[in-house]
Design a protein. Structure first.
Length: 388
């Protein structure tokens, strides 16, 4: 069913960037789509900032040319065109347009080789407790909708706003609140000091309704992107299992899922101090990543946006093995995907828009890689196809 104009009025930039009608307009405009979006912006000028931001997001989603030589790129684009042509015989005209457009946003480079893969696992108790987002405050559990915005007010109450702008309030906890975001869900939190936190799938966050007088502390298991409000009189600390991150005011991402062999902290702006369980520490500059493995902690240069693009509904890939991508999609969509050793080592480069429908995402991957996707009894299977 096509999205109505009224529904578009509730959209944010990320929603537009994942909308097939919007993507089709930006990639293959025609008189009808131009008229619709022109009229929409005239009738609703307040939506122009979100639409302009969505256009910026789509413009950033392009082939990662730094990972391929010109010869390799030409060869892979040739293979990509052939696979799209082959699939056209099986798809309707409207769906062909989407797959072809999506294929332009995602380029997969496949190289069969032996590689070492680390698995992302979350705490079983958190994953199995509920399929819903849960806010635990004292002895009260509140079930939250997908993408709910949680705001801690200065008077000690917690305001919850859903995507349809409906809101409710919860009595604050005497101690710490717990926000449990299971696989397939995402949420965000606004603290009284102005700090914003985006919480990824399969994560758990402990936070106070109001910070203490001389410090700001939260606890994270999983992944989150934070924009910390500056306050030199109250340092901000994120604690995790055997690590902590200390900041004054900055933007950074933390990935620290339970069971992972490593934890990562990526800095976008400002400065952070990362401490490992062995009391070793280092200070990061923008576009640096700290990796904590056991008692060791190291720093490396990265493109920070590659690690925070998930909050915009974009998965950025740089020579990622396919099974690592599939593990991410399992957690993001709360599905089970089975793959084979032959497909696990295929390499992926580029940027993938994470639409609300995983079938669209998998079709995009399938149209750019030598794989076949089958679905049986709510289980998705990935196998290798013969290459010509």
């Amino acid at each position: 069913m096509q999205t109505t104009e009224k529904e578009y009025m509730t959209y944010k930039a990320v929603d537009f960037a994942k909308d097939l009608r919007f993507i089709g307009w930006r990639l293959s405009p025609n008189s009808a789509s131009n008229k619709f979006w022109s009229d929409f912006q005239k009738d609703h000028p307040e939506m122009k900032p979100e639409i302009n931001r969505a256009i910026e997001i789509l413009q950033s989603v392009k082939l990662n040319r730094t990972s391929l030589s010109p010869e390799e790129e030409k060869m892979e684009v040739g293979k990509l065109k052939k696979r799209i042509t082959d699939r056209k015989r099986q798809l309707t005209t409207r769906y062909i347009l989407y797959v072809a457009a999506a294929a332009c946003l995602f380029c997969a480079v496949f190289m069969l080789q032996n590689v070492s893969i680390s698995e992302n696992k979350i705490d079983a108790a958190v994953a199995q407790a509920s399929k819903d987002i849960q806010l635990i405050s004292d002895d009260h559990i509140t079930i939250l909708p997908q993408n709910a915005i949680i705001e801690c007010k200065a008077d000690g109450t917690i305001l919850i706003e859903s995507s349809d702008k409906k809101s409710s309030s919860v009595k604050s906890a005497l101690k710490m609140n717990r926000l449990i975001v299971p696989k397939g869900k995402r949420s965000s939190l606004l603290m009284p000091d102005g700090t914003k936190i985006w919480i990824a799938s399969g994560s758990e966050l402990e936070f106070p309704t109001m910070f203490a007088n001389n410090k700001r502390q939260i606890r994270l298991s999983g992944e989150a992107y934070l924009e910390v409000a500056k306050d030199r009189t109250k340092p901000f600390t994120v604690n995790g299992d055997d690590f902590s991150v200390e900041v004054l005011g900055t933007k950074f991402n933390i990935s620290a899922y339970r069971g992972n062999a490593f934890k990562q902290v990526v800095l976008l702006e400002g400065s952070v101090k990362v401490n490992s369980g062995s009391k070793r520490s280092l200070t990061l500059s923008p576009n640096q990543m700290a990796t904590i493995t056991g008692n060791d902690i190291t720093a490396s240069e990265v493109d920070a946006y590659d690690y925070i693009s998930w909050k915009d509904g974009i998965l950025t890939l740089s020579s990622y093995p396919l099974n690592q991508v599939l593990h991410y999609l399992e957690r993001y969509y709360d599905v089970e995907i089975k793959s084979s050793p032959e497909t696990d080592v295929l390499k992926c480069n580029g940027k993938l828009i994470l639409t609300d429908n995983i079938e669209d995402v998998l079709d995009c991957i399938q149209s750019t890689m030598p794989i076949k996707i089958e679905k049986e009894n709510n289980q998705i299977k990935i196998c290798l196809t013969n290459q010509n």
